[in-house]
Design a binder for this molecule. Structure first.
Ligand SMILES: C[S@@+](CC[C@H](N)C(=O)[O-])C[C@H]1O[C@@H](n2cnc3c(N)ncnc32)[C@H](O)[C@@H]1O
Ligand SMILES: O=C(O)C(=O)C[C@]1(C(=O)O)C=C[C@@H](O)C=C1
Length: 246
């Protein structure tokens, strides 16, 4: 169903800001797998983490669900009675294609959790009490000045015993560490077949719309939002995932 990512393969006179439009949707599974080291491991294990934190009869949120990779993992792994997954994204083409992928999943598996998709801005979403919230590479696209307020609202919606899973590209305060991990990430992209031009144009496209924070900034902001504990559970190069407990 998905094509290979050639979006930045041709030279562009002016590289526009990156958006999750139809062109990106068509190649997204290939793009994210070749761009984010550890992505398949993170997605599969969010399903495993979900199974631990989900409480019976609760909602599990996948915020910025894109094509529903995390939603699918949660539907397969979580066995608690009465749970359902709500996937939310503000890109209409993402939500439309996500629905097609989920119907294909329904046709292949039995006993999956029920799922609902909502096309909405997560900053304006009316949140139900929930036992799991996944923000898998979504917070980095939210304006930095809106991140604390969003996380504070997410914390308020979480039920006791639940968790927020936050995956992000990281920046590093130490310049040498930052440069080494950035270079290794570029090596990862080269090893996955991206050309120097593709890598450079993608960097230009995302630099104004995707703003990574340091691990310390994430930790401090999560604690300021009300979370009691922040546990990093995965890092590959400059990409990491954290468990935040309410
Ligand atoms: C890198 S993708 C997330 C990948 C996805 N979670 C996965 O695991 O495959 C970021 C997604 O967040 C969505 N997004 C960005 N800002 C948003 C907002 N304010 N409200 C809802 N969705 C948003 C984008 O449309 C995009 O689909
Ligand atoms: O940092 C980069 O160079 C990326 O390509 C990362 C990233 C992400 O982390 O979401 C950016 C946009 C696409 O959604 C896929 C990957």
């Amino acid at each position: 169903m998905s094509e290979s990512d050639r979006i930045f393969a041709q030279p562009q006179t002016q590289v526009p800001d990156f958006t999750f439009n139809e062109d990106v949707v068509r190649v997204f599974p290939d793009m994210i797998k070749r761009s984010v080291p550890g992505y398949p491991t993170i997605v599969e294990n969010i399903g495993v983490l979900g199974a631990r934190f989900a409480t019976p009869n609760s909602v599990l949120y996948d915020l910025g669900c894109s094509l529903g990779a995390v939603t699918q993992a949660l539907r397969r792994h979580v066995k608690s009675d009465g749970c359902r997954v709500i996937g939310v994204d503000n890109s209409a083409p993402m939500i439309e294609r996500c629905g097609e992928y989920l119907r294909a999943q329904d046709a292949m598996h039995q006993e999956l959790l029920p799922v609902e998709l909502i096309e909405a801005d997560i900053l304006k979403l009316d949140l139900k009490p929930c036992s799991l919230i996944a923000l898998n590479f979504t917070l980095q696209f939210i304006a930095p000045e809106q991140r604390l307020e969003l996380l504070t609202r997410l914390h308020s919606a979480l039920l006791p015993g639940g968790a927020l899973i936050l995956s992000e590209k990281l920046r590093f305060a130490d310049e040498q560490e930052h440069d080494l991990l950035t270079d290794l990430h570029i090596d990862f992209k080269r090893a996955n077949g991206y050309s120097e031009l593709e890598i450079a144009q993608k960097r230009t496209a995302i630099e104004n719309v995707m703003r990574p924070d340091t691990l310390d900034t994430h930790r401090e902001r999560l604690l300021a939002a009300g979370f009691s504990k922040v546990v990093p559970w995965f890092q590959c190069l400059n990409f990491a995932s954290l468990i935040a407990l309410p």
